[in-house]
Design a protein around this ligand. Sequence first.
Ligand code: AMP
Length: 444
Amino acid sequence: MPAKLIMPAKAKVPKNYNLLRGFKDILPAEQRYWDFIQQRVYKLADDYGFSRLETPILESAALFIRSVGSDSDIVSKEMYTFLDQGNDKVALRPEGTAGVVRSYIEHGFLNQPQPVKAFYFGPFFRHDRPQAGRQRQFWQFGFEVLGDSNPVLDAQLIHISYKFYAELNLPVQVEVNSIGCPNCRPAYLKELTTILKKHRKNLCPDCQLRLTKNPLRVLDCKNKDCQAVLTDLPQTVDFLCEDCKKHFVSVLEYLDELEVNYNLNPRIVRGLDYYTKTAWEILETGRDGQQDSLGGGGRYDELVNELGGRPTPAVGFACGVERAISRFKNHDIAVKQPVRPELYVAQLGLEARKKCLRLYEQLLQRDYLVAESFSKDSLKDQLEAANKLGVKYTLMIGQKELVDDTVLIRDMESGIQEVVDFKKILDYLPKILSNRVSNSRTDK
Ligand code: AMP
């Protein structure tokens, strides 16, 4: 047992070292979900030729202001921004695409064979109002393809983001739209703003502001009053230029080919400035009233140029890890159980403990799944721990075994014990564990 900390009588214990609001620990019991998701992400990345690219959590605030847009909710309301010790204005990254694009430009990926396919898996930060499905630190995995404008890439990415859930039989649907490009969007925005202005009084205060700053955002407002206004609005797809129209039709044809369950949804505009053409979100079907998306993405053909690179088309998506986990739990998606150890090494006495430390290393070298509690002195406590873990055999060394140079092997189910020569133990174990299922700790 660890020694108890005895506080001096007058020491002040600070009252609140609790987690910040909207932040969560990822506890050991949860890890198998995280491993499961990470493994699926790596599998998809391998299958479709993506390489991992991790950018820093802290970047210059200007990067996000320029790319995501100063009028977006993410930047104007939710970004963690502060001056660092050098008086530089920095931000905790609220999303992944801007960093990937910065990295693409900074490391000269433009000069490599295109397209460049990258994926990431990490934490992001938004000072959102904490509620179910919304945290201030959350994790995303994202896939980005830079340097190619072919619509087959939009379809491939939509397919990957869909497949991540659909392959597990989660009921999901892709909501897809095209929001046009700098050629055709202005005409749409003009028409939209004219109509919205007539309904100004019926819009929520946020949308009244968006009307002048970011009218497209009014389309995905969840406020009931705004929803009523939105029913008869013009749709972006009716204003697309020839190029955008052709692109969108191709994307949909590829999606049909890939048998993606999609729905044309004129309300999908995404909240960020950098999107052009294709925009999509992944929703779980049958969750009326709780339509928090599982993920979303879009094309961003102007962003590399906006951030100082050559004009470079690109497309990508990001999905929330915590939201995926919550759906996996709701739908009882089978995530592999942690692998249980098969052997336990128990010791009684200082010299026996030393011998057991060595034995433990030898067992690990042979890839046995093995457990111990070397800090415990009592054999009873150790056997209890072995029982809890459900191991098949406990290998015990006490005073007698030390003297005889043997090991006492206890079958934990039958309680039968046998004495084996210490030197022969490594040859003996395969015989009694002949039906071993797994020989790798990483096989979780
Ligand atoms: P977005 O870039 O806002 O579309 O976010 C992509 C995905 O990240 C969403 O579909 C969610 O799954 C997840 N996500 C975004 N914001 C949060 C948040 N505050 N808490 C948890 N997950 C989030």
